[in-house]
Design a protein around this ligand. Sequence first.
Ligand code: HEM
Ligand code: NAG
Ligand code: NAG
Length: 471
Amino acid sequence: MEKGGFLVYVISFLLILLIYILLKRNERESKRKAKLPPGSMGWPYIGETLQLYSQDPSVFFTTKQRRYGDIFKTYLLGCPCVMLASPEASRFVLMTQAHLFKPTYPKSKENLIGPSALFFHQGEYHSRLRKLVQGSMSPDAIRNLVTGIEAIAVSALDSWAGEHVINTFNEMKKFSFEVGILTIFGHLEACHKEELKRNYSIVDRGYNSFPSNLPGTPYKKALLARKRLSKIVGEIICERKEKRSLEKDLLGCLLNFKDEKGEILNEDQIADNIIGVLFAAQDTTASAMTWILKYLYDNPKLVETAKAEQKAIYMSNKESDSQLTWSQTRKMPVTRKMILETLRMASIISFTFREAVADVEYKGYLIPKGWKVMPLFRNIHHSPEFFTDPQKFNSSRFENAPKPNTFMPFGTGVHACPGNELAKLEMLVMIHHLVSKFRWEVVGSQRGIQYGPFPVPMHGLPARFSKESTI
Ligand code: HEM
Ligand SMILES: *[C@@H]1O[C@H](CO)[C@@H](O)[C@H](O)[C@H]1NC(C)=O
Ligand SMILES: *[C@@H]1O[C@H](CO)[C@@H](O)[C@H](O)[C@H]1NC(C)=O
């Protein structure tokens, strides 16, 4: 071999080796170097909690998203968090990699609702309970509730009509509570219903108060009322067992459940899930309905459009002296789109919380074990990338289905809302009677949103209702 040829051979070999080593190192580095997402952590411990709570949370998130992109870190309520504002990231956390992210709630809230309620759980227990809850809220189950919901809506609306001003949100809460009771227990004796209602309202008041165990504080009162709720549910179960009735409402499903080993649910598990469903159902639905009334009031054209659709159904039922049917509620395309647009605009569940159960890498970023992860539904719903003119109420945009994972008012994946069809049904029935027979005006000129913790129009949207005299 020639001398020069040998040198070229050696040099090429060394070069290839060098490139190989460099590449390998790079690969290892990029694996190890999966770095934390960008973002600021604020002051130790309180972090950026004050910034979040002292302003509209969507402003907080949008400002961050603009500065750092779709993935950023922050520090909230004593916990490091990664916030995710893209459809793909929501899908990753809530659907495809859901096993790596567990639900997480403050212990004080968990104790108030009941630690066995399904939304605190993951895995076997969660999916078992979820099937039961979903079963009792499937279209097949709730189609039997239309007449009951209609009766509740009509009696609510009749009680609002008059000179007095009502707090729309509070009244909608009463309505969604009644529907919740109907779904869970079927027709319940008035005395039980009253006791549940009064004790539950104490729990509700304590939910957002400071968790203190001192006697007399709202939180402590709420815990005591919660104990009484379990007792009342226990009594209802007793009576039902005596009657041996096999109802297909949620309580019936929970009572009849047996797993493969023949194990049944104990009374705490049943009570926790019943209170859990009542809790998940009430403020969410009430807030959505309050927003619909506001958007409709702000835009008289919308009322006219809804009225045209609903009054046709109303008049035909009136002529034949019949009640609203399930199939009629399935043929209200205009109103249905208004409901979807309301859910997008108001984004009642602005975001949710999970906790990483292991170190997870996403798009080159490290999400360390124990960190909170927050998919930001509201930011996605208000992104001009997915919704043109996002700040504009335009229900026609729902003539075409939104892109996958860009519209998640009810969440997505294993914990997605099992009550979503029921919630939409309640809203359709309420709007049907509202726009067919009533007029309403919002009282006061105060605009704005209050968070408690769901967004609600300022002061619960005070309004006056009157029955239209032309019918
Ligand atoms: C407009 C009204 C409603 C909205 C916007 C809403 C929204 C949501 C969302 C976003 C989730 C998922 C939370 C997460 O992934 O962390 C959820 C879960 C849940 N919702 Fe709803 N919801 C509504 C009404 C209802 C109603 C009427 C019921 C029952 C009657 C209900 C029962 C539940 C339950 C039990 C869960 C927990 C599911 C699980 O963890 O597997 N919701 N809801
Ligand atoms: C709460 O429930 C109990 C029954 O356990 C009942 O005696 C009581 O009147 C209820 N409390 C309120 C404030 O309604
Ligand atoms: C509402 O949305 C539809 C469909 O995206 C669009 O064609 C229409 O121009 C929008 N209307 C207004 C007033 O923005």
